[in-house]
Design a protein around this ligand. Structure first.
Ligand code: FE
Length: 349
């Protein structure tokens, strides 16, 4: 897939160059490809980076005949790029992760109305905003050691701050956007004071200095370095199906607790303002919101679908029903600077 996408993008760039340089002189050859590219192309920027997405792109191309040109990059870099290109946008659609990205895109004024009747039918209002549509979500939950922890004793995020867990809690660094979004959600819902109390309580219970990524927290729980850890459930799902038996074995020892008011981190899709292939952009968002695509991503990437008609695959189904925070996904990202300040204050490195 990687090769295929790279090839199509290179071809498209080349074609654009040819039309731009010699279109007037050689209209007989340039015109058809120009026509074609105007109607059958979609330019996509994405800060998601999963094999499942590449498959989804391929499925979309096969179903619609619309050729996708994909540029993957880090969220901040791509946001900077679309802001720079605002007067003459090169991309039609932007896929990104995390509430802070969508508030930055809205602040920059570079995204446009991203809905249609089909999208409104597929994705609940809570997961749509002005200028964006939620694609899928991942839950930030509590990993626990099955041998040493009775999961019924942990019902909330606050529970991991209790004194009985002193020296037992593992977390990654506060520079993680996932941790920043989690704390920002507490600021948005419970206020700065309670959010600070929670962060301080976690720091007081640290088993070690924060380090590693989400997967490393699960590995550390399995290795007995701590009993509890904060991580995204989709990594558990990806580890569970890993072809590396050592990685898969971790999930035998580590369970997932979905606390009351579980924090969800959304992936977002937006049509860019002034998109040259707007109709194709909406078609792509509709495709992403469809049961078929949602089910595929949930299956392949361990995330949660947002289209409620979509069936849940395993292991998500085995985790059962859980409640989620009542967040405004358009705006809570604005509390990220406050979250960063709190992390510094409590010494969460
Ligand atoms: Fe991730």
């Amino acid at each position: 897939m990687r090769r295929f996408l790279a090839t199509t993008f290179a071809t498209a760039l080349f074609a654009t160059g040819v039309v731009g340089c010699s279109g007037a002189a050689d209209t007989t050859t340039a015109a058809p490809s120009e026509d074609k590219s105007n109607t059958k192309v979609l330019n996509l920027y994405s800060s998601r980076h999963y094999d499942a997405d590449k498959e989804v792109y391929k499925m979309f191309e096969e179903e619609t005949g619309i050729k996708l040109n994909v540029v993957e990059g880090k969220s901040g870099e791509l946001i900077e790029r679309v802001t720079r290109e605002a007067n003459n946008p090169e991309a039609d659609v932007f896929l990104t992760v995390g509430a802070e990205s969508i508030s930055q895109l809205n602040d920059a004024g570079v995204i446009a109305d991203s809905t249609s009747e089909t999208i409104a039918n597929n994705i609940p209002e809570k997961y749509r905003g002005e200028n964006w549509m939620g694609i899928v979500s991942r839950a930030r939950v509590i990993a626990y050691n099955k041998d040493t922890v009775d999961p019924s004793t942990i019902k909330t995020y606050e529970d991991i701050t209790k004194p009985e867990w002193k020296g037992k809690v593992l977390a990654r660094s506060s520079s993680s956007s996932y941790n920043q979004a989690l704390l920002a959600s507490f600021v948005a819902l419970d206020g700065q004071e309670k959010a600070t109390e929670w962060a301080q309580g976690v720091v007081d219970n640290f088993a070690r200095e924060p380090k590693g990524n989400d997967r490393d927290q699960a590995k550390a729980v399995a290795a007995g370095e701590g009993d509890l850890a904060i991580m995204n459930s989709y990594y558990w799902a990806l580890m569970n199906r890993s072809s590396d038996p050592e990685v898969a074995k971790v999930t035998e020892k580590v369970g997932m607790i979905f606390p009351e008011k579980t924090h969800l981190n959304l992936s977002y899709a937006s049509v860019l303002k002034g998109a040259k292939n707007k109709d194709n952009a909406i078609k792509f968002l509709e495709f992403l919101s469809s049961e078929k695509t949602q089910e595929f991503i949930a299956q392949e990437n361990g995330e949660f679908p947002l289209n409620p008609k979509t069936g849940l695959p395993e292991p998500q189904k085995s985790w059962g029903e859980f409640t989620t925070q009542d967040l405004d996904f358009s705006t809570f990202g604005k509390d990220k600077p406050e979250a960063t300040r709190i992390f510094d204050q409590v010494g969460w490195k």
